[in-house]
Design a protein around this ligand. Structure first.
Ligand SMILES: [Zn+2]
Length: 320
């Protein structure tokens, strides 16, 4: 009788587990390691195929490899902070324009800008790409023949030259790292990074000449770059942060306006907060139903409370 009961319990357990998992299984890949709060804040990559060109699977694989490498480069430079990729990582977009159109259609007074704007306009017309899009930072790889990859204002456009480079078929620069580093650089511009203010000191910086022979291990982000990226809503840790203090824990993710929860150890009380401010050392969360701000050290140190919206801070728990 007991055995039967055990079997039934196990069966019930298995059924409930499977049915509980089912609705989520199709989403598992998309949100792997991330919370749904970041679903839209991602780098969205388009492989724009001209009407007289075929989809080149080598290009597709090359773009995939490149962006994963660049995502890791930023993660390494920012101690775990990086951008999220869209799902699928690369979208194929068929254009009804011929490849030659992209660098020859006069869409601006300056011909230097034609490649950038024509590819952007096409992605905009067909998919709604836009500058300073709050949901996506756009990367558009176009097979239009050209050599003027560029990133700015949330949109990065890379021409055929870069596609050839990514698969080791560039006629003069066969090292694929040169072109992956090139993506890291132009994407940096799309995220708001500038060339270094003291370029002579930063020859190997990714936002300067670090793409030529130094990517990925010897090139780097400057302190100025890091400050900009820390403030970008596209950059976050892919894991939850848990800060423990003697009465419980604070848990949340590294993003302005994200929800944080305080869990008490001794009872089941939960309190809700929103992340108000963050920097390298502190996270400030604001209670959603009480007049209360809490300043938490990221690693260890004193925490503080404020009951007057941050004018005065009183010492709270020592967190270590
Ligand atoms: Zn540049």
């Amino acid at each position: 009788m007991n055995t039967l009961k055990n079997i039934l319990t196990l069966l019930f357990f298995l059924i409930s587990i499977t049915s509980w998992c089912q609705p989520y299984s199709s989403n598992l890949k998309v949100n792997e390691n991330y919370t749904s709060a970041f679903e839209n804040k991602s780098v969205r990559i388009i492989y724009l195929v001209s009407s007289d060109r075929r989809i080149n699977n080598e290009y597709l694989a090359g773009i995939n490899r490149a962006i994963l490498s660049v995502q890791n480069f930023y993660k390494k430079e920012l101690n775990g902070l990086t951008f999220k990729l869209n799902n699928p990582i690369v979208e194929i977009l068929k254009s009804d324009k011929k490849a030659s159109y992209f660098y020859s259609n006069p869409c601006d007074n300056n011909p230097e800008n034609w490649g950038y704007y024509n590819a952007y306009n096409e992605a905009s017309r067909l998919l709604g790409a836009k500058f300073y899009d709050e949901n996506y930072t756009w990367v558009i790889y176009s097979d239009g023949p050209g050599d003027k990859g560029r990133g700015s204002s949330g949109v990065c456009v890379m021409p055929e030259d870069d596609l050839k480079g990514l698969i080791g078929k560039h006629p003069t620069q066969p090292d694929t790292n040169r072109w992956i580093g090139g993506l890291a650089h132009e994407l940096g511009h799309a995220f708001g990074l500038n060339h270094p203010s003291a370029p002579e000191e930063h020859r190997k910086a990714i936002m300067w000449t670090g793409i030529y022979g130094y990517y990925p291990d010897e090139t780097y982000l400057t302190q100025d770059d890091k400050i900009i990226l820390l403030g970008s809503s596209f950059f976050h840790h892919d894991k939850k942060i848990v800060i423990k203090y003697p009465e419980g824990t604070f848990e949340g993710i590294d993003e302005i306006n994200s929800e944080w929860t305080e869990y008490k150890i001794n009872n089941s009380t939960k309190y809700s907060f929103k992340l108000k401010e963050l920097n390298n050392n502190y996270i400030i969360i604001k209670s959603i139903d009480r007049n209360l701000l809490i300043k938490l050290p990221r690693k260890n140190g004193l925490s503080y409370l404020s009951l007057d919206n941050g004018k005065n801070w009183q010492k709270w728990w020592l967190i270590n």
